[in-house]
Design a protein around this ligand. Structure first.
Ligand SMILES: [Zn+2]
Length: 179
């Protein structure tokens, strides 16, 4: 038996799970091991002191008072838990459900406004596109009425100059016909 096993044996004897005589290996170890013998003597002294110490009896009604206090504590915890749950639920409802409930009565009106806005926007888009086309036509007309005569004049002038140049060239450099 080693010291650890001896200590386990001492605990069994002190807890009245075994008698010292029923542990011959423990007795043999205590005879040979000075450390365990000293420990065994100290443990026995502590055990004697504990056995002879007067037992203090609890004050009358202590158990019922402790139980009542425990019950109050549990009740308070239940109330606080319920309150926290109610606050959480209320906050959740405030943040998520109530805005929808506030919108629901005004939903047809909002839908009507949205449809009307879409209609007006479509009209505006169509009229805007028409205005754009109109302005484009006006610009093109203005461009053609101002620029086209100038362009035609330029073309006629250019053709006339080319004709003059060709006649001059033909006059000064006559084409030699080969025979
Ligand atoms: Zn030992």
């Amino acid at each position: 038996m080693n010291c650890e096993e001896a200590l386990n044996g001492m605990m069994e004897v002190l807890n009245a799970e075994a008698l010292p005589d029923a542990q011959p290996l423990l007795l043999e170890h205590l005879r040979t091991c000075r450390v365990c013998r000293s420990r065994w003597e100290r443990l026995q002294r502590v055990e004697r002191v504990l056995r002879t110490a007067p037992l203090v009896s609890p004050a009358p009604g202590l158990t019922s008072r402790v139980l009542a206090r425990l019950e109050r504590h549990r009740r308070r915890q239940r109330i606080l838990g319920g309150l926290a749950f109610a606050i959480g639920l209320g906050t959740f409802l405030l943040l998520t459900v109530l805005p929808f409930l506030g919108i629901l009565p005004g939903l047809p009106g909002a839908l009507r406004i949205a449809l009307r806005t879409g209609e007006v926007l479509g009209d505006r888009l169509i009229s805007g596109f028409g205005s754009f086309l109109n302005s484009l036509c006006l610009s093109a007309t203005a461009f053609l009425t101002l620029i086209l005569p100038l362009l035609l004049c330029g073309i006629v002038l250019g053709l006339g100059l080319v004709a003059i140049w060709l006649s001059l060239v033909c006059r000064f450099y006559p084409i030699r016909r080969s025979v």
